[in-house]
Structure formats: structure tokens, C-alpha cells
Write a protein that binds this ligand. Structure first.
Ligand code: CTP
Length: 409
């Protein structure tokens, strides 16, 4: 688990004359505290050496898909998994064509095919190649696949007398694009603080193919993690199964069951603020079947349920490593404030954000939320807001509280 918010960038260097500019890009990214790991295409090594790239990244440089040592020790899937963003620079016309066509015949393209991380492309090529209909088509295709582009810029080309659009974007422009794609936490009121967030449902297995779940989408918890990150915090998000992308710059730990969620929460580094937004299943099947339960028995199967550990309560009541501020959520369908007020006491948390999750409110799974914030001082009812705005308001309130109650902020 990373305890800091260092961004990990996987830089794929393509085979263009502008490849040497990547050396400056690596240097500047590292000066800013980013970790950079490089993959070079075969053609790239005609322009820069592994030695100079490796000296700047202070890491191994990878180039060969079929290098068994690399595959055994690290592998192309892991190269992608261990990055927050993949940057392709300079991307040549040929590399763009391969990407658009889904080729995977070398390490660079295999990573690009296998990744689920954001990809930023800084293209550079001869202006005629850039304006060729094939390149235009490929760029349009890649953009519609969700790939981001920076440049190319207009100007003189390395070839004598050639000018037009095709130059690699300036280093600082590429860095600005990286910041746009994965976000850099601005220094903010939570800089230097760790915020732990839980989100999403849990899945409790019945047998290898079936599980108990609920309608939580994880949207509120993910928005809280992103809001805390935007205020400068190091954020750990422990998430049940959801279909949301990782918030930029946030350490995400994915779990399935309540028991796994509790272990991940207990193993996380000490947090200053804990926000427990997950819709943890209250019960699990006492003994999940090892094999699929078959029809055909005389009676329908009886599921014996047993109670799951209460993560919020465990964290609220622990003496060592209790976050200075523990915030729970209360999902209620009637007597919202009364039930949530009682819940704040019984769990031992500091604040409860209560919401009405009756079907007609559309809150569970939806994009908006209406929250009552219950603290020791009373109840504050917030208007109906987008979940992102609820998150910002809650996290700023938490940051203010921390600043008031802690001397060393
Ligand atoms: N919670 C938790 N672990 C559980 C159950 C709930 O951490 N096993 C947390 C939730 O993340 C939330 C709060 O407790 O912050 C309240 O969850 P909620 O579902 O509203 O209440 P329950 O504790 O499940 O109680 P009940 O079902 O009786 O309303």
C-alpha cells in the first residue's frame, strides 16, 4: 500500500526524433515528485538509449515483451497495474495506427491493450503524416475510446524546411495535460492528513456463483474520496464491488465481503478522518457452499445468516489508531433523524450523515442526495444536492473541524 500520494507514470517512448525530449519530461516529472517508469519501443532505441532513460528514472527500462525475465518478475499486466497513468510520447503515426487497430505485438502495444488506466498520447510526426486521413481517422477512433491527446504543436520540424503541425508538445504542456488527466492534489487544508473512506456495497457469497448484495453504487463514497484528495489529503478508499473508475490520485483497495473490508480498513495506515460510506451487508451466509447449490432437492435450500462485523463501530470504539474524526452514514427508510441519532450513539462515531434511501427518493444508486448531518451539537439539514457537492461540503466541514481541534494542522 502506498502511504503517500506519489503519482506513478508509465511512459511509453515511441520511435521518433522527438524521443530525446522525453529525457527532459522524465527529469521534470521526477522533480515534481512523480515516479516514472519507462517502456521503449524497438524504434525508440534508435533515438535514445536505455541507459540514459534508466539513469533518469532510476528504475529498469522495459522494452521486450518476450523477455522471460521481465515477464516472470514483472509482466506487462503488472507494469500497467502499477501505474496511475500511461503517457505515450512521442507517439508516431505507426504507433497510433497500431493502437487504433488493437495490435499487441510488442511490449508497448500489449500494455496499451491490457490497461484499464487512463492513457495520454503526445503525438509527434511529420506534418503530412499528421494530416493524412489515416492518422485523422486513427486519432478520432482513439479519442472516442477515451484516450486523451496533447499536441502536436505547430512549428519547424527537424527535417530541414519542413513546417506545420507535428511537433511534440512542449514538456510543460505535457505535464499540464498529465495534471488534467490524473489530477495533482493542490495544497489544501488536508495536506499532510490521511483520510480513509469506505464505499459501495459488499457481496456476501452464498455459493461460488451467487451472493447477497444491495443497491449501493459507491457514488457517494467515491465522490468523498475525490473531494478529500482535492483538499490535499492522502486518501485510501476501501471499495466494495462497483463499476466506477478509481478517483485520480487516490489509493483504492478493492474488496468483496464485509470481512475483507474490515481487514483492509484495519490494515490501512492511521487516518485522521474516517468516513464510512459503504453499504456493508449486515449479514453473510454462515457457511457459503463450496460448490454451486443445485435445484432438485425436496426442499428449497435454507440459508442460515450470521451477522457481519460492524466496521464503523469497530473503528469508532477502538482506542489505538482511532481517527480523530469518525463519520458514519445512516441509510434509513423511515424516522430518518431519530434512527440516525440513535445510530450515532450506538456506533460511537462523531458525526452521522443520514439519508432517506426509500425507493422513491432515488438516492441509492442515483446522482443526488439529501443529507441530515448529525453531530454532538444537533442536526443540520442540507438541501438536495449532487453527490459531488454533498462530498465537498462534508469534507470541508471535516477539514475545518480538524483544524479547530488539532494544534498541528
Ligand atoms: N456499517 C459498517 N459495518 C456494518 C454495517 C454498517 O461499517 N457491518 C456502517 C455503514 O458504513 C454506515 C453505518 O454503519 O456508515 C450505518 O449503516 P446502516 O446500513 O445505515 O446501518 P446498520 O448499522 O446496518 O443498521 P440498520 O441496518 O439496523 O439500520
Amino acid at each position: 500500500m502506498t502511504e503517500t500520494s506519489q503519482r506513478r507514470i508509465l511512459l511509453i517512448i515511441g520511435g521518433g526524433i522527438a524521443a530525446y525530449k522525453c529525457l527532459d519530461l522524465i527529469r521534470r516529472l521526477r522533480e515534481r515528485g512523480d515516479a516514472v517508469r519507462c517502456v521503449m519501443t524497438k524504434a525508440a532505441s534508435q533515438f535514445v538509449t536505455k541507459l540514459s532513460v534508466g539513469a533518469l528514472t532510476n528504475d529498469r527500462v522495459f522494452s521486450d515483451l518476450f523477455d522471460l525475465n521481465d515477464e516472470r518478475e514483472i509482466g506487462h499486466i503488472r507494469l500497467s497495474r502499477e501505474a496511475d497513468l500511461i503517457v505515450v510520447a512521442p507517439a508516431t503515426a505507426d504507433l497510433l495506427a497500431k493502437m487504433a487497430g488493437g495490435h499487441a505485438d510488442d511490449l508497448a502495444t500489449a500494455i496499451l491493450m491490457a490497461t484499464d488506466k487512463p492513457v495520454l498520447v503526445a503525438a509527434a510526426m511529420n506534418p503530412r503524416m499528421w494530416s493524412h486521413p489515416a492518422t485523422t481517422r486513427n486519432v478520432a477512433l482513439l479519442s472516442s475510446d477515451g484516450i486523451s491527446f496533447v499536441g502536436p504543436a505547430a512549428g519547424e520540424m527537424a527535417e530541414r524546411g519542413e513546417a506545420g503541425i507535428g511537433r511534440l508538445a512542449e514538456t510543460l504542456e505535457i505535464i499540464a495535460a498529465i495534471d488534467r488527466v490524473i489530477g495533482r492534489a493542490a495544497k489544501g487544508p488536508l495536506t499532510g492528513h490521511h483520510v480513509l473512506v469506505t464505499a459501495g456495497p459488499t457481496h456476501e457469497p452464498i455459493d461460488p456463483v451467487r451472493y447477497i448484495a444491495n443497491r449501493s453504487s459507491g457514488k457517494q463514497g467515491y465522490a468523498i474520496a475525490a473531494a478529500a484528495r482535492a483538499l490535499g489529503a492522502d486518501v485510501t478508499l476501501v471499495s466494495g464491488p462497483v463499476s466506477l473508475p478509481d478517483p485520480a490520485g487516490v489509493k483504492v483497495i478493492r474488496v468483496e465481503t464485509a470481512a475483507e473490508m474490515l481487514s483492509a480498513v484495519l490494515a490501512a495506515p492511521h487516518a485522521d478522518i474516517g468516513i464510512f460510506a459503504a453499504a456493508v451487508a449486515d449479514w453473510r451466509v454462515a457457511e457459503a457452499a463450496d460448490e454451486k447449490i443445485k435445484k432438485g432437492a425436496a426442499a428449497a435450500p435454507q440459508l442460515t445468516l450470521t451477522e457481519n462485523p460492524d466496521i464503523l463501530k469497530t473503528m469508532s470504539q477502538r482506542t489505538a489508531k482511532r481517527p480523530a474524526l469518525v463519520i458514519g452514514f445512516a441509510a434509513e427508510t423511515e424516522a430518518v433523524i431519530a434512527h440516525a441519532t440513535a445510530k450515532r450513539k450506538s456506533k460511537g462515531c462523531d458525526w452521522i450523515a443520514a439519508n432517506d434511501v426509500s425507493h422513491e427518493t432515488g438516492i441509492m444508486g442515483g446522482d443526488r442526495n439529501t443529507v441530515h448531518l448529525i453531530t454532538a451539537d444537533g442536526v443540520e439539514s442540507w438541501p438536495d444536492m449532487a453527490k459531488g457537492d454533498v462530498a465537498k461540503r462534508l469534507v470541508s466541514r471535516a477539514a475545518e473541524h480538524l483544524a479547530r481541534t488539532q494544534v498541528d494542522v
